[in-house]
Design a binder for this molecule. Structure first.
Ligand code: UDP
Length: 379
């Protein structure tokens, strides 16, 4: 008997982290043949994330040599993913979120008449320029997918507001909670997994850790300079150690290293593997970030987050009280971080562990829905 073939496609660190639990759950369902296609959108970060979950892709696409331009990168991905689909001949494709890989895989599948399931469907900032180009990519996926696996009730509502039929939407929870849970269990059993971050935690022993990640395109240039200046001013405090795992994009690493390199209260590190980064987040008094995934993980760990963006599509953490959106103005960042560090009551009110993004069982739900759809037991 031929098993129905499913092709899961992703290419970046956050996709790998959030899809790893889905791949594991699908592989526990032998009625479907699940294959993983990894694109080379962020090769080093992708491998680091997949290694943390012991996932080896079945097929890989070499990174584009045309550096710099988004349209060249998209064209490369579109053609290469299309070629992989010709070889794999899946009955269904599964994509995640809002990356260029998501956009390319969705279009490639659509052009071949292959149905698409979209995981983490329905996130919307309402602003095509922030996050850019992700808001546009996920809206395209929302139009072309026929199965929408929404992480939260707000995401379901956003899809319904765009006239996606109710029967095509499933509320699953966000798989980030599954990933975080799986890695924390692994760390508890094998503490050596976090070795990559222990030296910096020892260096800042007795101080409060402020973790910072920045990478979004809309923060490249002037916003990043303002963020770097804010961190330099915060680093004048003696009670904190600022830890910045750097995204390898030179547009990010360059300005931060130029302004902050060499300071004794700031540690600029290469990107950490997922177990080490989870340990760092859990050890932090405060996180400043423009990352989507970190905005979802930190509330689960009970660590306050200040978001270095003007808007967020992840309102649940804000509504729950664990996350504040503060933008990228230097004075504003210094004031907001300083107030949280100086006011124990304000800090305690934010530092409450909350499961506003999922209960840790999203991957199982998603795999069950895909199994039902692919074996004809559901619409
Ligand atoms: N992350 C990691 N190592 C790091 C920084 C982040 O493993 O040094 C993880 C983080 O826990 C989260 C994901 O990478 O799960 C977020 O990736 P990123 O910020 O690049 O993308 P976004 O979530 O903004 O799309």
């Amino acid at each position: 008997m031929h098993r129905p073939r499913l092709l899961v496609v992703f290419g970046t660190r956050p996709e790998a982290i959030k899809m790893a639990p889905v791949v594991a759950a699908l592989r526990d369902r032998p009625q479907i043949a699940t294959r993983v296609l990894a694109t080379g959108q962020h090769p080093m970060l992708l491998k680091q994330a997949l290694d943390a979950f012991g996932i080896v892709p079945d097929a890989q696409i070499a990174p584009s040599r045309a550096a710099g331009s988004l349209d060249a990168a998209l064209a490369h991905l579109l053609v290469a993913i299309g070629g992989a689909m010709e070889r794999e001949r899946p009955q269904r494709v599964v994509v995640h979120g809002d990356t260029l890989t998501t956009l390319a895989a969705t279009l490639s599948a659509h052009l071949r008449g292959i149905p698409v399931a979209h995981v983490e469907a329905g996130l919307r900032s309402g602003d095509l320029s922030a996050p850019w180009p992700e808001e546009g990519s996920r809206r395209v996926a929302g139009v072309l997918a026929d199965l929408h696996l929404a992480p939260t009730a707000a995401a379901v509502a956003a899809l319904r507001a765009e006239n996606v039929p109710a029967g095509a939407i499933h509320l699953t929870g966000n798989t980030v909670a599954d990933a975080l849970c799986a890695i924390r269990t692994r760390i508890a059993a094998e503490p050596a997994l976090t070795a990559g971050v222990e030296p910096v935690l020892a260096r800042f022993a007795g101080k409060r850790i402020v973790t910072v990640t920045v990478h979004r395109r809309e923060n490249h240039g002037a916003p990043l300079e303002r963020i770097a200046e804010a961190l330099a001013r915060l680093a004048m405090r003696e009670d904190i150690g600022i830890v910045v795992p750097l995204h390898p994009n030179p547009a990010v690493a360059g300005p931060l290293s130029a302004r902050l390199g060499g300071g004794d209260r700031v540690a600029l590190l290469p990107a950490l593997d997922y177990p080490a980064f989870v340990r760092l987040m859990a050890a932090s008094a405060l996180i400043l970030t423009d990352s989507g995934g970190v905005q979802e993980e930190a509330p689960a760990l009970g660590v306050p987050v200040l978001v270095l963006r003007d808007v967020t599509e992840r309102r649940e953490g804000v509504v729950a009280g664990g996350v504040r959106v503060i933008g990228t103005q230097t004075a504003h960042i210094v004031a907001a971080a300083g107030a949280l560090l100086d006011d124990p009551a304000q800090h305690a009110a934010m530092a409450v562990a909350r499961d506003c993004y999922g209960d840790g069982h999203a991957a199982r739900r998603i795999a069950d829905i895909l199994l039902a759809v692919m074996t004809g037991n559901m619409g």
